[in-house]
Design a protein around this ligand. Structure first.
Ligand SMILES: C[C@H](O)[C@H](C)C(=O)SCCNC(=O)CCNC(=O)[C@H](O)C(C)(C)COP(=O)([O-])OP(=O)([O-])OC[C@H]1O[C@@H](n2cnc3c(N)ncnc32)[C@H](O)[C@@H]1OP(=O)([O-])[O-]
Length: 719
């Protein structure tokens, strides 16, 4: 899949034609090999230019081919023929040159980049390493430190930075292909050997070992337990210490240790899951590619609390005019100052001017009559939200979309108090809203496909990873979080400590364990929700046994911690103690240890030694089990959506793929067996009872996660 043309009477133009990103699939590799052979053997041809169709050079190897046995010509020999040839080959880089696409360019003798092009070796983000010479050739071209940074981070760099580093020979604002053709003609007759990167000596920093040691420490700290970055460092070490051919051999040895690893499969699953998540469907048959979104030019945000402020910033920085509303003058002024500060800092970080002219602040809902869309972000209280939606429905023109940022209340109940239930949906942002990438778009039973299409595309415009979910308590993310948090506190009752549970989860790959995360979020948030839902507080019937609620096991330890004013980092004490309020350095607190011992002796609980394996199994299998129930209920369309929600909203370690992918990697049979085991031990914890879908999938031979959808389709769907 490459087009071969002779242009300007003596230049062979090879155009990669494999939309959408001209990935180096087997047919493309064949075509490049054949085209190069033709160009090198044709006496009329004096130079070659390689470019990509549709203004995109090449997105690298075809990741879809990794799932099966690799077919077709291996990439390296195809590329070596380019460098070894006796005619200058120029890469015309438009759009992107990533991974194998970047390596293809590195085998060319010259590289021309269009000024908007992005270049990089993102293989590490897929759990592998640049395996077509990238780890050996880039260091030879730009030196160890710069190459190490690009290869261990997978960062995409601009054409300008690539020029500065010496990766590309020219940057043009014009069409790179035209520029490359001129450049190629001028390169005819010039010596090629100095342009063959494989012949270059890697510039070696005097403190090589120290540099590589520091890089190793850094990736171990930043991504504990993740294999690929460490293998990348080893490969770059080879570039500094071995001759080219030996280094290439070392590179492929290291690639072999990664290619079939669970981490690589998980990270490649995440790559496609993130792209699948945007492809939503509704029971009506409406879906992402047959529902036209409305364009949103003006919006309003009701409530300038933590969430409201972040939402205003997320809208304004993508050029949408925003009217921000508060109920009191003091709150409005406070909100205005904080939003302006956030926008200015954000603009400074991005090197652009802050779009303050797009902002308006008001105390009156009347000012919202002409906006295209409203996002309500007031206090999480249904009665208050209903009053706001009733008012909006009177004030806003008939076509205005009304969205709520509730984190779990009934969206359809809000729709029900308006004159436009079809124009109501949930847009559930995650805190801080201008930082967190996840957006749950909640489809109420009466939300129209145009409303969902608009919310999803607005999310994409704001740079969010948007996932369509059904309208149920807690939607997807928070609904799954509850049984996960419950298991963690039940394990405390039975003998574990917050430190032990957090360490097990952090060793698994979470940046923060559940108790450190709760201290960061603030323990009072969950306490208020438990009080409002009658689980604790003055409204609880005193005859209720303290460790039972509605016949289910209940753990009052979190309430006891909050009753002592321990709300986490913000009070300097929570599950851990901190030097002062707002401090982030968590230290074990003997007072919590005492509280647990007192609690266990009060309820006659004999503490037992709990293994890290049990902690992981109970916390993560119960998470996946609730995920299966959500799929059964049709509140999520596919497991990929659930995994994307946990990857982008709850910091689930990416090299584990997400709770559903992890369950499939462990083996559904094992997950079922362990849940049955734990449910037998804890019959008063319904969340441990294996879901029907899990049992069904095991009965069907535990198909891979990508095939679960077939089995889900037969169940009822709300999406
Ligand atoms: C030897 C060598 O050392 C090694 C071994 C390798 O080379 S490993 C491979 C290294 N390469 C990468 O890591 C680059 C991965 N791609 C991206 O980062 C982005 O795609 C993009 C290039 C910056 C474009 O972003 P976009 O926002 O404009 O569109 P999109 O929605 O993301 O993508 C548009 C569509 O193209 C699909 N796609 C993109 N890149 C692909 C690839 N490399 N292989 C297969 N499919 C790919 C993607 O799934 C989506 O499909 P669908 O959903 O439409 O069905």
């Amino acid at each position: 899949m490459a087009r071969y043309e002779l242009v300007k009477r003596s230049v062979a133009l090879i155009t990669l034609t494999n939309p959408p990103v001209n990935a180096l699939s087997s047919p493309v590799r064949h075509a490049i090999a054949n085209s190069m052979e033709r160009a090198l053997s044709d006496p009329k041809v004096r130079a070659v230019v390689i470019c990509g169709e549709n203004g995109r050079f090449c997105g690298g190897a075809d990741i879809r081919e990794f799932a099966g046995p690799l077919r077709g010509p291996p990439l390296i020999p195809v590329l070596e023929a380019i460098e070894a040839g006796d005619k200058p080959v120029v890469a015309a880089i438009e759009g992107m040159a990533l991974g194998g696409g970047f390596e293809l360019a590195l085998f060319c003798h010259y590289r021309i980049a269009q000024s908007k092009a992005r270049l990089g070796l993102p293989e590490v983000t897929l759990g592998i390493l640049p395996a077509a010479g990238g780890t050996q050739r880039l260091p030879r071209l730009i030196g160890i430190p710069a190459a190490l940074e690009m290869i261990t981070t997978g960062r995409h760099i601009s054409a300008q930075e690539a020029l500065k580093l010496g990766i590309v020979d020219q940057v043009t604002d014009q069409n790179a292909c035209e520029t490359a053709l001129e450049f190629a003609l001028k390169a005819v007759g010039k010596p090629l050997s100095p342009r063959r990167v494989s012949t270059l000596t890697t510039p070696c920093p005097p403190d090589l070992d120290a540099l590589l040691e520091a890089a190793t420490m850094q990736v171990k700290k930043k991504t504990p337990g993740v294999m690929a970055p460490l293998a990348c460092i080893q490969a770059v070490r080879a570039a500094a210490t071995m001759p080219y051919s030996k280094g290439m051999k070392r590179e492929s040895e290291l690639m072999a240790t990664l290619f079939n690893s669970g981490q690589a499969r998980a990270l490649q699953y995440c790559f496609f899951a993130q792209r699948t998540a945007g492809k939503w469907t509704l029971p009506s048959g409406a879906q992402w590619n047959n529902s036209k979104p409305r364009e949103i030019r003006s919006a309003a945000v009701i409530g300038l609390g933590t969430m409201g402020r972040g939402i205003v910033v997320s809208l304004a920085r993508v050029g949408i005019s925003v009217i921000a509303v508060e109920s009191e003058k003091k709150l409005l002024e406070n909100g205005r100052q904080m939003v302006i500060g956030m926008l200015e800092r954000d603009a400074k970080r991005r090197g652009v001017s802050a779009s303050l002219n797009l902002l308006k602040f008001t105390l009156s809902l009347q000012d919202l009559k002409d906006v295209d869309l409203v996002i309500e972000a007031v206090f999480e209280d249904m009665a208050l939200k209903k009053r706001v939606f009733q008012e909006l429905s009177k004030v806003c023109r008939p076509g205005t979309l009304l969205c709520t940022n509730t984190s779990g209340l009934d969206v359809d109940a809000l729709a029900g108090v308006t004159d436009r239930p079809h124009l109501v949906a949930g847009m559930h942002f995650f805190s801080p809203a201008h930082v967190m990438k996840l957006l749950e778009v909640v489809c109420g039973p009466r939300s129209s496909s145009e409303t969902i299409a608009t919310a999803m595309s607005l999310g994409k415009k704001m740079g969010k990873v948007s996932v369509a979910v059904g309208n149920c308590p807690g939607f997807v993310g928070n609904r799954m979080l509850k049984p996960y948090l419950d298991q963690a506190t039940f394990l405390l009752e039975e003998g574990a400590t917050p430190e032990q549970i957090d360490k097990a989860l952090e060793d698994f790959g979470f940046a923060m364990g559940v108790f450190r995360m709760s201290d960061l979020a603030g323990l009072d948030v969950g306490w208020r929700v438990r009080k409002e839902s009658g689980l604790t507080g003055p409204d609880v019937d005193p005859k209720n046994p303290p460790r039972k609620r509605q016949g289910r096991r209940y753990c009052p330890i979190p309430d006891m911690v909050c009753e002592q004013g321990r709300f986490g980092q913000k009070t300097g004490r929570g599950w851990y103690k901190y030097d002062k309020p707002g401090d982030t350095n968590a230290k074990p607190d003997p007072l919590i240890q005492n509280l647990l011992e007192t609690y266990r002796s009060r309820y006659g609980i004999q503490p037992r030694n709990i293994s890290d394996q049990e902690i992981i199994e109970r916390c993560l299998f119960v998470l996946a089990n609730e995920g299966f129930r959500i799929l059964e209920d049709g509140m999520a369309a596919r497991p990929e959506d659930i995994d994307v929600i946990y990857l982008f909203g709850y910091a689930f370690p990416r090299h584990r793929g997400g709770p559903m992918f992890y369950a499939s990697m462990v083996g559904l049979e094992r997950v079922l067996e362990r849940l049955e085991h734990y449910h037998q031990a804890h019959p008063d914890v319904p969340h441990l009872e294996p879901s029907a879908l899990l049992k069904k999938l095991v009965a069907c031979g535990s198909p891979p996660v990508q095939q679960w959808r077939e089995h889900i389709k037969t169940m009822r769907s709300h999406l």
